[in-house]
Design a binder for this molecule. Sequence first.
Ligand SMILES: Cc1cc2nc3c(=O)[nH]c(=O)nc-3n(C[C@H](O)[C@H](O)[C@H](O)COP(=O)(O)OP(=O)(O)OC[C@H]3O[C@@H](n4cnc5c(N)ncnc54)[C@H](O)[C@@H]3O)c2cc1C
Length: 442
Amino acid sequence: MRGSRIVLAGRPSIGRCRRSFTTASDAPALRCVVSGGGITGIAASIALRQAGHQVTTVDGAKMLGEQYHGLATMLPANAMAALQDLGVAAEVEAQAQSLERLVLIGEKGDKLFGEVDLNATAAELGLSGGFHGIELETLHKILHTRLKQCSKGVKHPVALGTSIKKIGLSPDGALQILFNGKGVKSAKNTHLLVGADGVGSHVRGTVGGEDPKLEFGGCGVWHLILQKRPDSVDPHTAVEVWGAGSRLGLLPLPGGKLFCYGAVSRRAPQPDSPKTRVAAFLKAFEGFHGYGCEHVLAAVVDGHAGTVDIAFDYPPYVTSATWHSDRTVLLGDAAHAFPHCSAAVYQGQSLAACLGDTTALLRALSASACDVPTGLAAFVGARQQAVDAEQAAAKKVTTESQQSTARGSSIRKWIQSAALSAIGGVGSLGYPALLRSSLKKL
Ligand SMILES: Cc1cc2nc3c(=O)[nH]c(=O)nc-3n(C[C@H](O)[C@H](O)[C@H](O)COP(=O)(O)OP(=O)(O)OC[C@H]3O[C@@H](n4cnc5c(N)ncnc54)[C@H](O)[C@@H]3O)c2cc1C
């Protein structure tokens, strides 16, 4: 899955930033390059600019955000807290659907495995933002607009069609970066390089350590956005309907739309063809019932729901052992992608982790007073454990779902505490102890 490697030239870094960094007011403190203009890269660029740093952001694609077409997610309260830090929470709330409940039922609609009061959950964790459903394209656009606001005087805050070609080191350890493409040619004396270039990250090759494998996520996923939500689907309830080895999810969106995803557990990728995709989706969830999911399936069958843009994906994930070197750090999916078909309780946590990474990085840099290597080490130390735990839990949920009909009651036992813990703690550098203790119970 990896493309060509970036060439790292020069001598080893001595690793200290000469200029001290304590507050945003002594800007610009650091010269930064962010590789990747997805949600993580844009969020990181905003956070760095807000703190007064100089930022060059590049993306290899010719258009930004195309990967998000047709995708939506639940934005949990911890993601909202990070969006608050980035100055876009109000805009996101205005363009998202507020959610009150998350329910998990059996495929026949007669068993309730779990129910989470989302507002009570957020309040219990001291998070005020609530839970929302949003299209990823919308979220990316909001963040991009915010980046433009934070980049006054910069014509193109993200240089498109541009990627890193070569990295060298100056005698004092700063990075000398050369780019491919027309947007920007070089970034001299760079203090910090952020690799936010997704699960197939090229920057990952420069941080040392073993080159991690992209792993098959353990399932195939269909996703579609219905333009008109059936009346039987509650606009404030997110639903997952679990069969044996398959899960159908409904996520209300603003404007009367509905995001629907179907996940089937698989040991290896299966052949997929756009011609047979809709039929395969309907076959996988034939007979699923409850909370209006039967009407969603019927709407797909007879085309009454507006345009159904059904796509199928085998999301890979990666467990990277090494996230940073002296002056380079990986964020978001470049560092850690989760198996994306994890259960409802983890929904939104891939994205929440991407957003949480950016605010945690800024806190760590700020606390280290411009000592970039120290700040990066603190950031990674704080995040690694939580992300490892989250990945393990997501894997566990994928396995559990294969026997979900037989084991509904055991799932019910842990699902509420796991839901609580999974969304906890964006306010500090890492997730709170709550996460670790409840994961022990799984
Ligand atoms: C099918 C699917 C369903 C998902 N569902 C959910 C969900 O329900 N909830 C949830 O929380 N998350 C979900 N996710 C995950 C979520 O979308 C990701 O965690 C998040 O978008 C990662 O953002 P990112 O910016 O880190 O990476 P990406 O979105 O992958 O962005 C990486 C960017 O880097 C650029 N790039 C790549 N290589 C280079 C290079 N060499 N040089 C320069 N730029 C480069 C790319 O063009 C891209 O713009 C889903 C993902 C998929 C695929």
